[in-house]
Design a protein around this ligand. Structure first.
Ligand SMILES: Nc1ncnc2c1ncn2[C@@H]1O[C@H](COP(=O)(O)OP(=O)(O)OP(=O)(O)O)[C@@H](O)[C@H]1O
Ligand SMILES: [Mg+2]
Length: 276
């Protein structure tokens, strides 16, 4: 389905990603982990064609997407929607318009200029927001929402593109543990219910283990681990993070698993509320 063949990115003399290869046969949820500077963002940006690779190839469903240009490159970018740590919403614009921006690639300049959206798109945007538990936020300005809600708006905007792949670059790095869990669960649900592939850069081991079917570990631009969460032992993690014997998993943890009872109860309440 998706194959990366010896994908490489060089910035001057610095090799940010070095001969990264992996193959995905069916839509799964993949977590990419590794310390800061390991090359995680560079890899996602090449996949999305936000950044050109120096060498190697990306093949999706038999098509080489490595050198697509112009409208075919833009078409690919709508097939693999990207979400970011900082949400990248238009803060002063209302939520539903932010979501409708997800259809931008498919619309004429004129309708974009006048902010004209087909009725059907507006309905679909509200439906997607509803699915993510934030339909009632639709008329509000994006900046009025909490971080977790804003990230769900960004996910809704991505879903508007009906993407085959959702790429997420540290989607929960700016969120508190409770919102982090809600956002990760939303991504997991989208993967399971819609059969979309999700590839997320994550900086915590426990999140990768908990939500992903497969974990890819990067170190100094290279893929040094590719396996299931079960195979990701503490020793393997130590190797990925390049830490010495004092390495502790807690240091890379969002501690979602160690939520106390009261927090867990609040979380359940928040989730129930999100479903109303
Ligand atoms: N535009 C750029 N120009 C020069 N060097 C870059 C550029 N982007 C990234 N790099 C370098 O490439 C390497 C990989 O960076 P990248 O941002 O992919 O790492 P990362 O794993 O996403 O790190 P983090 O966890 O901090 O987000 C780093 O050494 C970085 O300094
Ligand atoms: Mg990064």
């Amino acid at each position: 389905m998706l194959e990366l063949i010896s994908l490489t990115k060089q910035f001057g003399t610095k090799t940010a990603v070095e001969r990264a290869s992996f193959k995905v046969d069916h839509p799964m949820m993949i977590g990419i982990i590794g310390r800061s500077g390991a090359g995680k963002s560079t890899l996602l940006r090449m996949l999305n064609r936000l950044s050109d690779s120096t060498d190697g190839r990306i093949v999706f469903q038999g098509n080489d997407i490595t050198r697509l240009k112009g409208s075919s490159r833009r078409h690919w970018q709508s097939r693999c929607a990207m979400i970011f740590q900082q949400f990248n919403l238009v803060p002063r614009m209302d939520v539903v318009s932010n979501v409708l921006h997800g259809t931008l690639n498919q619309r004429s300049t004129l309708s974009t200029m006048f902010n004209l959206y087909p009725q059907a798109d507006i309905h679909r945007a509200i439906e997607i927001l509803d699915r993510l538990g934030i339909a009632e936020q639709a008329p509000k300005r994006a900046e009025a929402l909490s971080g977790g809600q804003q990230q769900r708006v960004a996910i809704a905007r991505a879903l508007m593109q009906d993407p085959a792949i959702i790429l997420a670059d540290e989607p929960i790095a700016s969120l508190d543990p409770m919102n982090a869990q809600i956002v990760m669960q939303s991504l997991r649900d989208i993967h399971e219910q819609d059969n979309r592939m999700v590839i997320a850069n994550l900086h915590t081991l426990d999140t990768a283990r908990r939500y992903c079917d497969r974990v890819i570990g990067m170190r100094d631009g290279r893929i040094v681990f590719d396996g299931t969460p079960e195979q990701l032992s503490t020793n393997v993690a130590r190797d990925i993070y390049g830490a010495d014997a004092s390495f502790s998993e807690a240091a890379t943890s969002t501690q979602i698993d160690t939520l106390d009872r009261e927090t867990a109860r609040l979380l359940e309440e928040a989730k129930a509320e999100a479903l109303v």
